[in-house]
Design a protein around this ligand. Structure first.
Ligand code: BGC
Length: 405
């Protein structure tokens, strides 16, 4: 059988890596998550502290990414820094983020900016978080305020990161337990609807300025246990398709994919005992990316996809390359089958604060926890090579096993 030399990606395809403010900047003392980290009796095992000190070291991060051969950097604005009190906008903080945009251009990277990556200012949390009266309008006002950061030279803006996971967080609160980590929380309908409204209002602000926008959805590669197809659909819709439907008419839809979820009679099941698991306890399942991209393309009615996150928490960097190579082969197959995909952004650029713990390392670049020294891992150079070639080389092109159809 003829074996192609490499799997080429479309011309102009974006290759990059992603981070988020609270996970990398350090000392986001005004954010709701910081408050939670230090609350009496907190369930957060480890606080974020200095994180990767990227607030000061972003130029180094950007330069290292550029050096590997990657061409795109997705990072987020920290709302709690920009709007420390309701309606009070910090010019200095906006200048900081604008400098990050400029630093990307100087290094030859395309910036992609996420307006909200999970955290909100303390005051907004105190007002009810995404249940605050007119939460969507607050987010639209924030979008308006940060236009100077994204108006020029930012081709893609992601309004809200993983609204479906935010809605599950709200659902867990309403259920009185923190079940998100086990994948058992159901999304809060009220918060889901408010997030859609927030996205729509934000998008109106961005579209009026000619800025292309979308939001990024945590796709779940839902698999039904035999005979549980109906349960799987009922589980999946409020978690995934509801948010993908809200992306219809957007300039792009962000797909984030890591693993799969099995659904049985009683709902989502934990990963099977006998499968390989990553440092987050998730099943090693690179085919998730193919499922996520195809589902997003279908449900949105063919909105172009950008893979805004995909990666693996592992201490074995060779395994990171295996995972990514297989995920990219599935992505390539989806493109060959007609899905429009504009780019692939790996999660994450750096080993960072994984919402409560530093141990699950997702980074292409290691960060020393006491000196903040960065060490570029072989996987980063490997992905940079793929970026330079705009193709996945044949020797590492794995045979597609599952999820290719
Ligand atoms: C989030 C990231 C997170 C990653 C790995 C996504 O849910 O957007 O903030 O670190 O997945 O858990």
């Amino acid at each position: 059988m003829h074996r192609p030399e490499s799997l080429a990606f479309p011309p102009g395809f974006l290759w990059g890596a992603a981070t988020a403010g609270h996970q990398t900047e350090g000392n986001n003392v005004n954010s709701d998550y910081w408050q939670r980290e230090y609350a009496a009796g907190t369930t957060v095992p480890e606080p974020s502290g200095d994180a990767c000190d990227s607030y000061h070291r972003y130029r180094e991060d950007i330069a290292l990414l550029a050096d590997t051969g990657l061409d795109t950097y997705r990072f987020s604005l920290e709302w709690s820094r920009i709007e420390p009190e309701p309606g009070v906008f910090s010019r200095a903080e906006m200048d900081h983020y604008r400098r990050m945009v400029d630093a990307c251009h100087e290094a030859g990277l395309t910036p992609m900016v996420t307006l909200n990556h999970f955290t909100v200012p303390r005051w907004m949390h105190a007002d009810g978080w995404w249940r605050a009266p007119r939460a969507a309008e607050l987010f639209a006002r924030f979008t308006e305020a940060v236009l100077p950061v994204v108006r020029e030279g930012v081709p893609w803006v992601c309004t809200i990161n993983e609204p479906n996971i935010i809605a599950c967080g709200a659902g867990a609160e309403e259920g009185g337990a923190n079940l998100v980590a086990h994948g058992l929380a159901r999304p809060s309908r009220r918060v889901s609807e408010e997030l859609v409204r927030a996205h729509q209002l934000s998008r109106e602000v961005l579209t009026a300025e000619g800025i292309k926008s979308g939001w990024s959805v945590a796709t779940q590669a839902i698999h039904a246990e035999p005979g549980c197809e109906e349960e799987a659909r009922a589980y999946s819709y409020p978690l995934e398709e509801f948010f993908l439907e809200a992306a219809r008419g957007d300039d792009f839809v962000g797909v984030q994919a890591y693993t799969r979820t099995f659904v049985g009679r009683e709902g989502a099941l934990p990963p099977r005992e006998d499968v390989e698991k990553t440092l987050t306890g998730w099943e090693y399942f690179p085919a998730a990316l193919g499922f996520g991209v195809r589902n997003a393309w279908e449900v949105t009615g063919h909105v172009p996809v950008i893979v805004t996150e995909n990666g693996i928490a592992t201490a074995d960097d060779d395994r990171r390359v295996d995972y990514t190579a297989e995920a990219l082969a599935h992505l390539h197959q989806a493109i060959a089958d007609g899905v429009t995909v504009h780019g692939y952004l790996h999660w994450s650029a750096l080993d960072n604060y994984e919402w409560g713990r530093y141990a699950p390392t997702f980074g292409l670049i290691a960060v020393d926890r006491s000196t903040f020294a960065r060490t570029v891992k072989p996987s980063a150079y490997w992905l940079g090579q793929v970026a330079r070639a705009n193709a996945l080389p044949a020797p590492s092109s794995p045979v597609l096993t599952e999820g290719a159809a």
